[in-house]
Design a protein around this ligand. Structure first.
Ligand code: IVH
Length: 707
């Protein structure tokens, strides 16, 4: 470390000698830290050693020592990142794209809180940074953990990497004992351009945009690589705190700034929707010159006590809104229309485009939605785009908003090539040849081949291993396609018999595949084994039943509790009638379409048998207890009826759910409690009939301990 000359000035021999010294120094530090538990140098000194090592290796790649510290990861993260369960979930934001939606957001909050439309409410408005969110946990003022958002409940432990980011204090003074700071890791435009230039010069991977670069840099197994990447961090919120930071959002952000965090200088307090929209326009005007990517403006109700009353929906707070900037567009040639077959058999038309840059990202595919969209009409038969149809060879406008799949928005008939033919949507599945039918009322044409259709089978498998489902490390979409093509796996159950079929521990076949080695093959089998134990909500989502998304799977899991109870109920339910059907429908978040889809799937013999084959390999964890498991109403089914006088019905329902209760719209023998206000009628009678306890609003508030 005595030699701090610029890497660019080092001769080859000097570089080789310094790499030797660095390897020895880092090995000693690793031993002291990990094995002897008594670090000899500070984290900063250690990071500096690894950063210098990485920089010299980048300049002299042929001098990289076989035992280089950059090839080893000292800590226990060698196999990937460990998982961190967030003390407070990391949520996402509801999106708005129009001024009306912003007014509606404000009006909805007034209604929820039972305020007249004229009652003034203040909101903060600040840029929505286009990066990735990070939660930083401080205990006694020391940074003890940094975690990515992950699925919102559980993220990846990237503490060592976060420690290398200059904007992130490692130590803060006079902070609450526990403080979780949340914000956005991002990369500034100039830093992004310089990084890509360095990567290109070293023939290393370049990044498509600053956000990818930031994500790729943060999720590095070797913190020295992160340290060498120019990451920045804006703090915009908090998770668990042992004492409140302030009474208002603005006050809390000011407090974070005093702790040493960078907060957005563009944060303003606004008096209502008009001021919010004016600030949105102002930020949008500055967008191109800010020096980092933003994709909208976030509004947050300023009063934290009111934020607490509003609470959360399943994955978004009711008190915040992301007002996105309009989508970016570009014109290009539609070369071909291809049909993809999804896991539910849907035939989806995809536009293959002459690549074009849309808002900084190269786009070569875009969705065309369905056959009506191509024909220029909506599902109800009304003309869209003035009735213009889309043909292969057309000059089309591509539209991209945030993360969503790009869309073809418009077509320019003046540029239509002579002889372009009307597109005929296929009536048979392009993959298996089965008939593709369109049910009345469905916008989508579907292949009738079921699991016999290779496309459906493979898409179902991809869904099964996807992130919110089984999320098997080392078994992504690409591997699933290859394994399916070779006949190794035809249905989810086959994943769990892979190891046995090759003979326990016999992984020769796997490791002989291209791209697989002994270690990756062994890792895959271990990852599969680890997933034999699976959470109920993940399992329900993984089944890939139409209309059953992650949120619905979570609600179902919490309501039925165990796989046995869930499966028994689905088996026993008759679509459209009976007790089990009513119970399913009484679940908040389960509508008729979803319920019918679920019950139908369980009643299809082939599908049911495939589920049984899968379950034979699994040990299903019962649904996680609500975080509020100790509340007196956790797990209870509650019905509100009549008028409530101390809060709106929406707030009462939201609070009950936040305490782990299930709120139902109808009284049955399964109801635990009816909260009745003035004017309650038939539900009160039902409650008497079933012997269900009835209390008034005051007793309810006393019970849940809210004033
Ligand atoms: S507040 C409880 N403020 O946007 C809600 N989020 O689309 C917490 N983001 O996951 C989010 N800038 O990663 C908030 N000023 C800002 C933000 C911001 C960017 C990201 C964040 C979040 C995502 C939701």
């Amino acid at each position: 470390m005595e030699d701090r000359r610029a890497v660019a000035d080092l001769s080859r021999d000097e570089a080789a000698a310094e790499l030797d010294r660095l390897a020895a120094a880092i090995a000693r530090a690793d031993r002291a830290y990990h094995t002897e538990d008594s670090p000899e140098i500070s984290d900063a000194e250690y990071d500096a050693l690894k950063t210098r090592n990485a920089a010299i290796e980048a300049r002299f790649p042929d001098l990289v020592r076989p035992d280089s510290p950059s090839r080893r990861v000292g800590g226990p993260l060698a196999e990937g990142f460990s998982q961190v369960r967030h003390a407070v979930p990391m949520l996402s934001l509801e999106n708005a794209f129009s001024d009306e939606q912003v007014h509606e957001f404000d009006a909805r909050i007034h209604r929820f809180l039972g305020l007249g439309p004229e009652a003034p409410l203040a909101y903060t408005a600040e840029p929505k940074i286009d990066g990735l969110s990070l939660s930083l946990r401080y205990e006694g003022g020391r940074l003890v953990q940094a975690a990515t958002r992950g699925d919102g409940e559980t993220g990846e432990n990237v503490t060592a990497n976060a420690r290398t980011i200059a904007d992130i204090p490692r130590q803060i003074d006079s902070a609450p004992e526990v403080l979780e700071v949340r914000g956005e890791v991002h990369m500034r435009h100039a830093d992004f351009a310089a990084l890509n230039a360095r990567q290109a010069a070293a023939s290393a991977k370049t990044f498509a945009n600053p956000r990818n670069a930031a994500a790729g840099s943060l999720r590095q197994l070797d913190p020295a690589v992160t340290a060498a990447r120019p990451l920045a961090f804006f703090a915009y919120g908090w998770g668990e705190v042992s004492e409140p930071l302030a009474d208002t959002q603005l006050g809390a952000i000011a407090r974070l700034a005093r702790f040493g965090f960078v907060t957005s200088p563009l944060t303003r307090l606004c008096d209502g929707p008009d001021e919010m929209l004016a600030h949105h326009a102002e930020i949008e005007q500055q967008r191109a010159t800010l020096g980092y990517d933003i994709d909208g403006v976030v509004y947050k109700l300023n009063d934290l006590a009111l934020q607490a009353r509003l609470g959360f929906r399943s994955s978004t707070p009711r008190w915040a809104l992301a007002h996105k900037f309009p989508a970016e567009t570009a014109w290009t040639r539609l070369e071909r229309i291809e049909i993809q077959v999804g896991r539910t058999g849907a035939l989806s038309p995809v536009a293959r485009l002459t690549p074009v840059t849309v808002g900084g990202v190269v786009v070569s595919n875009a969705t065309l939605h369905n056959e009506d969209y191509i024909a220029g009409r909506s599902a109800s038969g009304r003309a869209i785009r003035g009735g213009k149809d889309i043909r292969e060879g057309d000059w089309v406008q591509v539209y991209r908003a945030g993360d969503v799949i790009p869309k073809v928005a418009d077509v320019d008939l003046a540029h239509r090539p002579a002889g372009a033919e009307l597109y005929r949507f296929p009536e048979t599945c392009p993959v298996c040849g089965s008939e593709a039918v369109r049910e009345p009322g469905d916008a989508v044409r579907r292949c009738t081949g079921g699991m016999a259709c290779p496309a459906q089978a493979v898409e179902k498998l991809k869904h099964f291993v996807s992130r919110g489902a089984f999320d098997i490390e080392g078994l992504g979409a690409k591997q699933v396609e290859a394994f399916h093509a070779d006949g190794w796996i035809a249905e989810p159950a086959d994943i769990f018999t892979l190891e046995a079929r090759f003979g326990a521990g016999q992984i020769t076949q796997l490791k002989n595949r291209e791209g697989w080695g002994e270690k990756s093959a062994a890792n895959l089998l271990a990852a599969i084994r680890a997933r034999r134990r699976i959470a109920l909500d993940r399992l329900i989502f993984a089944l890939g039943i139409r209309h059953v998304g992650e949120a619905a799977a979570g609600v179902l899991a919490r309501n039925y509790g165990t796989w046995g109870d869930f499966a028994d109920a689905m088996d026993a339910a008759d679509p459209g009638e009976g007790l089990e059907w009513e119970r399913l429908l009484s679940i908040d978040g389960v509508g008729k379409v979803l319920a019918a889809s679920l019950v139908t799937a369980f009643h299809q013999p082939a599908e049911r048998a495939a589920i049984d084959r899968l379950l034979a390999h699994l040990d299903v964890e019962p649904a996680a207890q609500p975080r509020s498991a100790d509340s007196p109403v956790a797990g209870k089914t509650v019905v509100f009826t009549g008028a409530l006088e101390r809060m709106t019905r929406a707030e009462a329902k939201a609070r009950a759910e936040a305490l782990g209760a299930k709120v139902s719209g109808s009284v049955s023998a399964r109801t635990d409690l009816v909260v009745a206000g003035p004017g309650a009628g038939s539900k009160l009678k039902e409650a008497e009939k079933h012997g269900v306890a009835v209390i008034d609003e005051d007793a309810w508030i006393a019970l849940i301990g809210a004033g």
